[in-house]
Design a protein around this ligand. Structure first.
Ligand code: VAH
Length: 315
């Protein structure tokens, strides 16, 4: 059985649905901190209210359901984290530590996402290598590098099967993102449909790696099902699908909504964070070691995102 923490979040909401459909409803235990946050997750299968910083309760759930795979998606994201670094450290690091300790005792696998945020201003920005300098300047990035190192340690020291990917900005229509720096790339689609205009909080030439959620979900399943003997790396793999700036996504949306307009009101905190991240990643290690191969680019993502959002907003 699989336990998903953070199951009501942007990734967790859709990952829960995918895993229930793939492995069977009775083989997936969804958990999140707040009751009543996400009816879809809470009412369509096994659900437990769980705060990952409560290691004892986490252990009880893992034993109750005989969990063999923990997908730890509970996290505070970059922009929210800069406003409350202590909360971020508690959730992102103590939550992960609790998952690793339970896995050490039970033999469970642990998947934890890292992020392009694990890189910093001194990292090579273009086609950022799999193995390179990681001196992030955000507390979120510090927690992601620390998480990568902690997961590798638990694999090398205790044999815990830990795996992770460095996610770029994720774009989805099912659940809103939870306070990240890349969130503009989601909200732009909502506003394009709702009002025909959008005010972007990052500058026009801010390039960041991005990925459509279907590809992100596939990467989690592919990596967790990968033959461990083929994995040279574990925590965590660079993966990306596209790199674009606000002007690129505006122009792609205008192909569908010609009258769409965008202006700028740059958020200095988010801009500073975005400037510290890579412009594009080299994801050749993931392609070679476990067959990573994304299907969505800016063009087909935009077409699908607008079509799905139109239906969602109509409801
Ligand atoms: C954030 N969406 O903006 C997350 C992600 C690469 C960005 O980690 O914080």
């Amino acid at each position: 059985r699989i336990l998903i923490t953070g199951a009501s979040g942007q990734i967790g909401t859709e990952l829960t649905e995918l895993l229930r459909n793939t492995y069977g409803v009775d083989n997936v235990v969804a958990s999140s901190r707040g009751h009543g946050k996400n009816k879809t997750v809470e009412e369509n299968g096994i659900y437990e209210a769980l705060d990952v910083t409560d290691g004892k309760h986490l252990g009880e759930i893992v034993n109750k359901y005989k969990i063999d795979t923990i997908m730890n998606l509970a996290a505070v994201l970059s922009a929210v984290g800069e406003k409350n670094p202590q909360l971020l450290w508690d959730v992102n690091m103590n939550g992960l530590y609790n998952c690793l300790e339970v896995a050490r005792e039970t033999g469970a696998m642990v998947f934890t996402p890292s992020s392009i945020a694990a890189f910093g201003p001194s990292t090579p920005k273009d086609l950022t290598p799999q193995d390179t300098l990681q001196r992030p300047s955000t507390i979120y990035g510090v927690s992601k590098v620390s998480g990568e190192l902690l997961c590798d340690y638990y694999f090398n020291k205790f044999g815990v099967d830990t795996r992770g990917v460095r996610f770029p900005g994720l774009i989805s229509y099912a659940a809103l993102p939870g306070g990240g720096t890349t969130d503009y790339a989601v909200h732009i689609y909502y506003d394009a449909l709702k009002s025909g205009k959008f005010t972007c909080n990052l500058s026009a030439d801010t390039y960041m790696d991005m990925m459509y959620m279907p590809d992100a979900l596939d990467s989690i399943v592919q990596l967790c099902e990968a033959d461990p003997s083929k994995l040279i790396h574990r925590n965590a793999f660079n993966i990306t699908a596209m790199s674009f700036c606000p002007e690129d996504i505006k122009n792609e949306i205008k192909k569908h909504i010609p009258e769409f307009e965008m202006d700028y009101d740059v958020d200095s905190v988010k801009q500073t964070i975005a400037n510290s991240w890579p412009n594009s990643l080299d994801d050749s290690a993931a392609r070679e070691e476990w067959g990573w191969n994304p299907k969505y680019n800016l063009e087909n993502m935009t077409a699908d995102m607008l079509a799905k959002l139109k239906m969602k907003l109509a409801l």
